[in-house]
Design a protein around this ligand. Structure first.
Ligand code: 13P
Length: 281
């Protein structure tokens, strides 16, 4: 069933678990994610960056994701990841997304508030939920964002929530987009301090490569949306490469693509179970 991000994430916050938000770079990944969520009886969030939408087109992203979500027996939200401006957010709303991120995290505070408020007004009028970010998660996500991040200050997060009124808040506490060069050391106390002041679901970007015990600790302290992109791409590409190296003459796309799809599904299943959302739908 197609639902809003807020419906899924408010339930996660109340239940003390997180929900996986999986970046889909191909349309085949959308159905793979929904199949796993269905098998795990888990709510799930399908997300697209503007870059993936440019590759496949708004119409196809929307049509495939909405068909998969509407037909699923579990709650599925369709989310715009790292919406760069008001216009792109409006396109997502017009194409039937049920959740949008406006990423003003690199703007001066007043500008971040202004654009987020504008998005909140428009999205809420259309029944769509909103994610916004304060502090900045570093690393580059699908050509967007800058390499260097800075941590979210708990007092700023509270002010931002009150000034802009988003439904869930992306926070920076030591994660980064892409794989880590060395093991990340998350500032988990910062998550607790933010959660004490900001009474909406918190979002963790840069989920790939974070050790399981740190993910679990972050969820215990208030993370409700767990974003994963790089690990899906990595699993997909490795499986495809291995298959083609071992079967250089195979050319049937159904057989060539099958191991990559299975590899993506395995990552999604692991992350859903790690989040504690299996069995929650
Ligand atoms: P990773 O690519 O590090 O998993 O980050 C995903 C993300 O945060 C998408 O917004």
């Amino acid at each position: 069933m197609l639902v809003t991000g807020k419906q899924i994430l408010d339930a996660a916050r109340a239940g003390g678990y997180a929900v996986g938000a999986f970046n889909c770079h191909t349309l085949d990944m959308v159905t793979a994610v929904v199949e796993v969520a269905t098998a795990e009886r888990a709510p799930v969030i399908i997300q697209f960056t503007e870059g993936s939408i440019k590759t496949n087109g708004w119409e196809y992203c929307s049509a495939v994701a909405r068909t998969a979500a509407i037909g699923a027996p579990v709650p599925v939200a369709i989310h715009l990841d790292h919406g760069p401006n008001f216009e792109t957010v409006l396109r997502a709303i017009r194409h039937g997304f049920t959740s949008v991120m406006i990423d003003g995290s690199e703007l001066p505070y007043a500008e971040n508030v202004a654009v987020t408020r504008k998005v909140v007004e428009a999205a809420h009028a259309a029944g769509v939920s909103v994610e916004a970010e304060i502090g900045h998660v570093g690393g580059v996500e699908d050509d967007q964002g800058s390499v260097h991040g800075w941590m979210t200050e708990p007092a700023d997060a509270e002010q931002f929530w009150q000034d802009a009124g988003m439904d869930y808040l992306a926070t920076a506490f030591g994660t980064a987009h892409g794989f880590y060069k060395e093991e990340p050391k998350l500032d988990l106390d910062r998550v607790s301090l933010i959660a004490r002041r900001v009474h909406i679901p918190l979002v963790m970007h840069g989920g790939s490569g974070v050790p399981d015990e740190q993910v679990l600790a972050a969820i215990a302290r208030g993370i409700c949306k767990f974003n994963v992109a790089t690990e899906l791409k990595d699993a997909w590409a490795r499986a495809l490469r291995t298959f083609l190296n071992e079967n250089p003459d195979e050319m049937d796309p159904r057989r060539v693509m099958a191991p990559a799809r299975t590899a993506v599904k395995n990552v999604v299943r692991d992350k859903i179970r790690l989040c504690g959302s299996a069995g929650k739908a």
